[in-house]
Design a protein around this ligand. Structure first.
Ligand code: GDP
Ligand code: ZN
Length: 305
């Protein structure tokens, strides 16, 4: 028996990294029949394999999938909303924004953070291009996130700033990298490992050109250990699956205040005596963050989905 990590999937063939190298594997017929959703084995899964059983067409057959520590899903195409798993066992999501050029769209950052919170995956905010905006300005812009308790890293791929910290965070872990285009994701990855960013953007491009249903993540092994997941579908995750009642728990800075609201079960949108709104009015909570919460709660931002 052989155990490995699923790096990618193409049709019915899984590319699995094992201690002895990368091998192809298939699903035995009985598992395949139970896998109508295609979610039984996904990128990032740890799988046990046995020598080929009749009919898989590959050298190895996947006989068991290990329990997943995390699951990242997106909305499957089609009328009835249902989740489609895009990656399993991610340790963290690195959300990359530029301090400037392009101007950071913080409300979009809030969306990414909520999606990661909902999946129970820790996120790290990476603020790149600090050479353009200046580090002081970058720190001011992203202060609400540090205050909320998120790890925020300040980098400049071009100037080699902050790369050691980023490297340490990536090595030995399985991380998804996401963020708007043009913020420097490929540049950062290339600075960590030459060629890595190129590979990731080539894959993104190939996948984005492909049919919608083929857009899945792939894991790219890091020389220093661990993997970077390229998740082209991450921006399509949307909030469709987030229960509105849970939304407030995905804003860590609300935690201390929630108990002080007059009404238990306060949604912090319209109730009198709301401590969250009072703190926002007093400038103790960041207005932008509160506004993101309110807009997500009321569904005002549908167009983002
Ligand atoms: P991606 O779309 O997020 O992968 O972004 P790229 O890595 O392709 O970078 C977009 C542009 O920003 C390129 O022209 C890069 O050379 C530039 N860039 C990336 N990182 C930095 C940085 O730290 N500082 C500056 N000034 N430019 C950067
Ligand atoms: Zn409240």
């Amino acid at each position: 028996m052989l155990t490995g990590t699923v790096l990618r999937r193409e049709g019915g063939v899984y590319e699995v990294e094992t201690p002895g190298g990368v091998t192809g594997a298939g699903l035995p017929g009985r598992m395949k029949r139970n896998d109508r959703s295609g979610d039984m084995v996904v990128v990032g899964d740890r799988v046990d394999m046995e020598r080929e059983q009749a009919g898989t067409g590959e050298a190895w057959s996947i006989v068991r999938v290990h329990e997943r520590s995390t699951v990242l899903s997106r909305r499957a195409p089609g009328k009835a909303p249902r989740p489609k798993v895009i990656a399993a066992n991610l340790d963290q999501v690195m959300i990359v924004f530029a301090a400037a050029n392009p101007t950071p769209h913080l409300r979009m950052l809030d969306r990414f953070l909520v999606i990661a919170e909902d999946a129970g995956i820790p996120s790290v905010v990476v603020v790149n291009k600090v050479d353009v905006a200046g580090e002081d300005e970058a720190r001011r812009t992203f202060a609400p996130y540090e205050k909320a308790g998120y790890v925020v890293m300040y980098t400049a791929a071009k100037k080699g700033i902050g790369l050691e910290t980023l490297r340490e965070a990536l090595c030995g872990t399985t991380s998804a990298l996401t963020g708007p285009s043009g913020v420097g994701k490929s540049s950062l990855l290339n600075a960590i490992q030459p060629g890595l960013g190129l590979r990731v953007s080539a894959i993104s491009e190939a996948l984005n050109k492909g049919r919608h249903t083929t857009v899945t993540a792939q894991l790219i092994p890091l020389e220093c250990g661990g993997y970077v997941a390229d998740t082209p579908g991450l921006r399509e995750l949307g909030l469709w699956e987030v229960d509105r009642q849970n939304l407030q728990f995905y804003f860590p800075e609300f935690t201390q205040l929630r108990d002080q609201c007059r009404y238990p079960g306060c949604t912090h949108v319209h109730e009198p005596g709301c401590a969250v709104r009072a703190a926002t009015d007093a400038g103790e909570l960041d207005f932008g963050r509160y506004d993101s919460y309110r807009r997500m709660f009321t569904g005002e931002d549908e167009e983002w989905r």
